[in-house]
Design a protein around this ligand. Sequence first.
Ligand SMILES: Cc1cc2nc3c(=O)[nH]c(=O)nc-3n(C[C@H](O)[C@H](O)[C@H](O)COP(=O)(O)OP(=O)(O)OC[C@H]3O[C@@H](n4cnc5c(N)ncnc54)[C@H](O)[C@@H]3O)c2cc1C
Length: 443
Amino acid sequence: MDALKHLSDATILLLPEQVDPFRHDESHLVGPLPLAVVKPRSARALRELVQLAKAEGFGLVARGAGTGKAGGCIPMERSVIVDMGEFPGTIGISHADMTLSAPASAMLKDVKMAALAAGLFYPPDPNSWDLCAFGGSLATNAGGPCACKYGMTRHWVLAVDALMDDGEVHTFGIATVKNNAGPNLAQLLVGSEGIFGILTGATVRLIPQPKQLLTLLLPVSDWHTLLDLPAALVGAGYLPSAFEFWDPAVLRELRAHGPEEAKRMPGEALALLEFDDPGCNEEDFLEGLLEVLGPEAEHLQTATDARQREALWAVRRMTSVVLKEQYPKKVSEDIVVPRSQVRAFFEGAAKLPLVTYGHLGDGNLHVNFLAAGETDPSELERNLSELFKLCLSLGGSLTGEHGIGLAKRDAFLTLMDPYQVEAVRRMKRALDPSGIFNPGKVI
Ligand SMILES: Cc1cc2nc3c(=O)[nH]c(=O)nc-3n(C[C@H](O)[C@H](O)[C@H](O)COP(=O)(O)OP(=O)(O)OC[C@H]3O[C@@H](n4cnc5c(N)ncnc54)[C@H](O)[C@@H]3O)c2cc1C
């Protein structure tokens, strides 16, 4: 594409071997070769890209670090990948406002560390937090273990800067907790997966860093006993900052193929619980907790130091990687049901050939069809449809955190309320009348 060669302030990749790696993300999907990969370094470059996209009729597919699991950043026919990795800007913290501003190009890890270094806390913690970009985490409204207590990314966003259809970067929202001037367009852009515009940066809210932490390993011999715990804990006034679990099949895979720490993990199934309430290290907190856990607490273990805690979390973070290495063609979904419906979900899904791990505390479960590669596609489709319908019938949804992207587009269009699907379509037409932003995704 010759016109792209003359873009200002941008790295431009055109050769097939240069653009080939951008056909993938961390989903099972692979797109066609993009026309080019452009890494803009200024608002001017973005403006020129919009003009060119409209003139030449190609799509602009925003990309952060490519760790998405819904195929959201992979190219479609006639797409240019807009890799935001070189977009300029620095991470800044305002102690007075308790806010942090960062460009989309910052890595989420650096954003979280900058907050920490200032004695403050930015909670969003997708298990890819050391791999993904801040911009990608905003565009997917990333969740993570501590969403259980602290909510998802959108809960923390005050303002976003975004390239819109007019070719300009606009700021939506203001850098303070109170703002009520009409519908919140910043929130519309968070989680919009690049279909309304391209995020160039954001300002987020911070809170003081929790001072205490209690990390517990809860091995059980019958994993079904875990299923009522999320609701029971919350009912008793205990809100974990994380409540993760591995079912017996996933735990077996981890022990066989995971890192050393995984081989030492106890139980037939296992939960990893964390609390960060003031006083959570004191005896009466643990005593009350043991009462709620009941006989299940028999083999409860406390992570003794930061090193052991980090090792446990490293195993949690690499669970999907270990499974993918063993089952490269597996299909994984990240359905969600209310925590009160976790048991009903597993009863309803008993006949589906799936293994599960993930964020048990908020009902966001990573279900994996490990044999998807060898399964008749129509059978796989039936299983997925049954899975999604079950979640919707229990008051849940198709995806708790990874988003719709391309992977769940068909399910989104067929299973969601037609009024809402049409509303999103109308918003898309209003904000992106030329259809240049991430065409073919979500809607
Ligand atoms: C091992 C592993 C664990 C994970 N754990 C979690 C988890 O716990 N919780 C969770 O929510 N996700 C998780 N994910 C999924 C993924 O990492 C997150 O969604 C992450 O936030 C995506 O960031 P990214 O920078 O890689 O985005 P990408 O994959 O590059 O893009 C994702 C989507 O956002 C859009 N996008 C990216 N940047 C921009 C931008 N600047 N403007 C507009 N749109 C943009 C893309 O077009 C695409 O639709 C995990 C992934 C892996 C591989």
